[in-house]
Design a binder for this molecule. Structure first.
Ligand code: NAP
Length: 204
């Protein structure tokens, strides 16, 4: 599959490494344009491409990986969504790492806000419990799989992201819809940043 990234910073690059390792192609984009990403895609290796954000957003699956303060302008700058899956990896913080201040998001989950700003996209909240060092690390630790959470209102989109993340090697737990699951896994929620491992197969 071709996966696009809107934003090509630490988070998107860690995600891209996982996706490339699993055999996907990744089209990375940022604000300054493809020329500025040349060295990064060279380092990522075969399968990584530097593209415009319009090209990245045209992929069937797209990772949103820009700072929270830039989310509205970034989404407003993109062409209309045509049912693509948008994985929301953003956290509701103002400022850069180290100087984070929580952003007020009212009564909605942050991914519901993202979905409202991206009509036509099928938004899936994922990966918020895995900080960049854990994303970079092996998904399997002492034969136990790291846990990744997903939530979405669109069941098909959620299943597709589940398959992607299971392909990366994670044990994926479906937390339900964008509101309830989003609130549980987003920054400030009880499962945000939790480094959990699942041993063996699930007993059903
Ligand atoms: N596991 C997780 O869920 C996880 C982990 C870490 C971070 N995050 C979240 O992911 C997001 C990105 O974090 P990061 O650490 O990767 O940030 P970062 O290293 O600062 O990178 C931000 C990226 O966003 C791009 N960008 C900013 N405005 C844009 C726009 N209008 N259009 C297109 N691209 C734009 C920047 O492009 P330029 O360089 O051209 O400005 C840059 O590539 C944040 O919301 C953060 O909270 C999630």
């Amino acid at each position: 599959m071709e996966i696009g990234t809107i934003g090509a910073g630490d988070f998107a690059q860690a995600f891209a490494k996982r996706a490339l390792k699993t055999g996907h192609k990744v089209k990375l984009s940022n604000n300054r344009g493809p020329e500025s990403l040349r060295e990064i895609v060279n380092q990522l290796g075969p399968g990584a491409m530097a593209v415009t954000k319009e090209e990245a957003a045209a992929c069937e699956m797209v990772l949103l990986a820009v700072p929270w303060d830039n989310v509205p302008e970034t989404l407003a700058s993109l062409p209309k969504w045509k049912n693509q899956i948008l994985i929301d990896g953003t956290n509701p913080f103002h400022g850069k790492a180290g100087t984070f201040r929580p952003a007020a998001v009212g009564n909605l989950s942050t991914s519901q806000l993202v979905a409202a700003l991206a009509p036509g996209a099928r938004v899936v909240k994922a990966l918020n419990n895995l900080p960049v060092p854990h994303l970079k690390a092996d998904p399997v630790v002492n034969r136990a799989r790291r846990v990744a959470f997903i939530s979405a209102d669109d069941e098909d989109a959620k299943k597709r992201v589940q398959t992607l993340l299971e392909g990366f090697g994670y044990s994926v737990i479906d937390l339900g819809n964008l509101r309830d699951g989003g609130l549980i896994q987003q920054a400030g929620g009880p499962l945000a940043g939790r480094n959990l491992l699942e041993q063996g197969e699930r007993h059903k």
